[in-house]
Ligand binder design. Structure first.
Ligand SMILES: [Zn+2]
Length: 73
């Protein structure tokens, strides 16, 4: 019988790009890239968080996302 261990992820803190509140973000295992849409508990500004095992990149708001998708289209 094998028991599956629930993976534990390291957590890093970053500041909300809008209001500066500290937010915790889980770090994916090496070799994986996560993109997460988060909203700040304090100011409710939605922002995009890209994280891999070494880096955490925070991108702000739908305006930035729209610009990216327009460039791709
Ligand atoms: Zn905020």
């Amino acid at each position: 019988m094998t028991k599956k261990k629930a993976p534990t992820y390291r957590t890093v803190a970053y500041r909300c790009p809008a209001c500066g509140t500290v937010i915790g973000q889980q770090v994916p295992p090496a070799g994986e890239l996560w993109d997460t849409l988060r909203s700040c508990d304090q100011c409710r500004v939605q922002h995009f968080v890209l994280s891999d095992n070494d880096t955490l990149v925070v991108k702000v708001s739908f305006t930035a996302l729209e610009r990216v998708s327009r460039r791709r289209a």
